[in-house]
Design a protein around this ligand. Structure first.
Ligand code: DQA
Length: 141
């Protein structure tokens, strides 16, 4: 089963970006971990990151066309992008929203995600383990 792990704006800076909040795992290590977890679970995992909202929307369209499940960290777009939410609503397979940090324990503007209402499930606050757990869930379905 093909699974897309899509990461939004600024997540390419993981490892150096606010490490007290997001941890020291680099984006490259996260991508490797997801691919490795996918291999163990029998999933064909493709990991991508972009700072372009239009590019992310295009990838979501592709996942919708392929009826592929998606693990998505929409990053800052979670909190205001109706375009990302609308693209997520078009998916034809499960969508797991992941946040490294516990967005509910942070600034008020992070407490609401416009994506969550169209996600199958949401994992937040478990750091990079959240991605692994999302993939485990998809493999077990
Ligand atoms: C994030 C939380 C968002 O509020 C933030 O804008 C991010 C990362 C997380 O993974 O914890 O960029 O999605």
């Amino acid at each position: 089963m093909k699974v897309y792990v899509l990461n939004g704006v600024n997540l390419g800076r993981l490892g150096t970006r606010q490490t007290d909040i997001y941890g020291v795992t680099t984006y490259e290590a996260l991508a490797e971990m997801c691919a490795g977890a996918g291999k163990e679970l029998g999933l064909d995992v493709e990991v991508r990151q972009t700072d372009s909202e239009a590019e992310l929307v295009g990838w979501l369209h592709q996942a919708a066309d392929e009826r592929a499940p998606v693990v998505l960290n929409p990053a800052a777009w979670s909190h205001y992008s109706i375009a990302v939410r609308d693209a997520c609503a078009m998916l034809n397979a499960p969508l797991i929203e992941v946040h490294l940090s516990n967005i509910h324990a942070r600034e008020e503007f992070r407490h609401h995600s416009v994506v969550s209402a169209v996600a199958s499930g949401v994992i937040c606050g478990l750091g990079v383990d959240g991605y692994r757990l999302a993939l485990l869930h998809l493999a077990q379905r």
